[in-house]
Design a binder for this molecule. Structure first.
Ligand code: ADP
Ligand code: MN
Ligand code: MN
Ligand code: MN
Length: 338
């Protein structure tokens, strides 16, 4: 028997953006356990905005597990929060995602490394040299002496965990980076994004660095904001598609614009200004290879008779991938596939 360290993770009840929480329990298993072998657990919901003091127990239901290479015999256990009767807790947004193994998502997470209230590499007062060389840049004056070490370590930890991490790039602002996660199945990429965020925050503790997920941390300036573009496809979109279906789908997105914006992350009006390769928050648009549109339609999609994936560019870096996936699939499901 081996004593495994099980780190149960869940999302708390804070709005508009939940925080990831975690606690460890030790359990013995003959070998690396399966999901079915992992017990339900509980926590004090009155400390996480998920219950009143009187009857404060919430239930943690394991939904996916990941080897944790940073801990001896460590396992990360992603959980849904349930009521004591095992129905989903109101804060449990994962439970609202339609089950669809044919739905694929790719999220592009942008974020800043922060220390002492400013991006790493920013001087104590004022600004560094203007944006330009930082995006996909190399060299100390562009990326400093710490960020690359962190993103490389994070990549390895994610790959060790079996997370389908797809890539990294330095972003437009100094101290800003991106990674991408892709998953097949309506909940997979979102689960892995939350675990990847957790791993990044945990990793940077030892560097004395925080991850700033806010979509416009440098306020109303030309400094780049952070998005989390949501690339999506369904079996029908990949295999059947067609211009007529595509146009109906875009109409459904236009009609539900406000419902989408509501879950695409807070303060998005600061970012979706219509400038800097962003759409305006006040209108819905789509365009081929158009990085200023709400939804970018890849060339390959049009060339393949309107089949493939689409990129919703509006979700921001602080958005909850569960709520984003849930909303996109609801809108897609509202369009009849003839
Ligand atoms: P860009 O920065 O040019 O927008 P990235 O390479 O950063 O592009 O991100 C593209 C994303 O699209 C990746 O996360 C990728 O996994 C995702 N993607 C590619 N094909 C599909 C597909 N068929 N369905 C859903 N997402 C997809
Ligand atoms: Mn990208
Ligand atoms: Mn980017
Ligand atoms: Mn993109």
């Amino acid at each position: 028997m081996t004593k495994y360290k099980l780190e149960y993770l869940w999302l708390d009840g804070y709005t508009p953006v939940p925080n990831i929480r975690g606690k460890t329990q030790i359990k013995e298993f003959d070998s690396f356990p399966t999901l079915e072998q992992l017990p339900l657990w509980g926590f004090d919901g009155s400390s996480t905005k998920q219950a009143e003091g009187g009857s404060s127990d919430c239930v943690l239901k394991p939904v996916s597990l990941f080897p944790d290479s940073q801990r001896k015999n460590g396992i990360i256990v992603m959980c849904e929060v349930m009521m004591p009767d095992l129905t989903p807790h109101p804060s449990n947004m994962r439970a609202t995602i339609l089950d669809d193994p044919g739905a694929w998502f790719g999220f592009e997470q942008e974020y800043f490394f922060y220390r002492n209230g400013r991006p790493i590499g920013f001087p104590e007062s004022g600004y560094p040299a203007p944006q330009g060389p930082y995006y996909t840049g190399v060299g100390y004056s562009n990326v400093g002496d710490m960020a690359r070490k962190i993103v490389e370590e994070h990549l390895d930890i994610c790959l060790d965990a079996g997370i389908n991490h797809e890539g990294i790039n330095a972003e437009v602002a100094k101290g800003q980076w991106e990674f991408q996660i892709f998953g097949k199945g309506s909940k997979k990429a979102a689960d892995e994004m939350w675990v990847a965020r957790y791993l990044l925050q945990r990793l940077t503790e030892k560097y004395g660095v925080d991850i700033e997920y806010h979509c416009k941390p440098l306020g109303n300036t030309d400094w780049n904001g952070s998005g989390m573009h949501a690339n999506f496809s369904t079996t029908y979109l990949r295999e059947v598609g067609g211009k007529e279906y595509f146009e109906k789908l875009m109409k459904a997105f236009a009609d539900t614009r406000e419902d989408h914006i509501a879950v695409y992350g807070p303060d998005n009006h600061l970012r979706l200004t219509g400038l800097h390769e962003t759409a305006s928050i006040h209108s819905f648009s789509y365009g081929v290879a158009d990085r200023g549109a709400s939804i970018r339609v890849p060339h390959s999609f049009v060339n393949n008779n309107y089949r493939g994936y689409l990129e919703d560019r509006r979700p921001n870096s602080q958005g909850d991938p569960y709520q984003i996936a849930s909303r996109i699939l609801k809108t897609v499901a509202s369009v009849p596939t003839a």
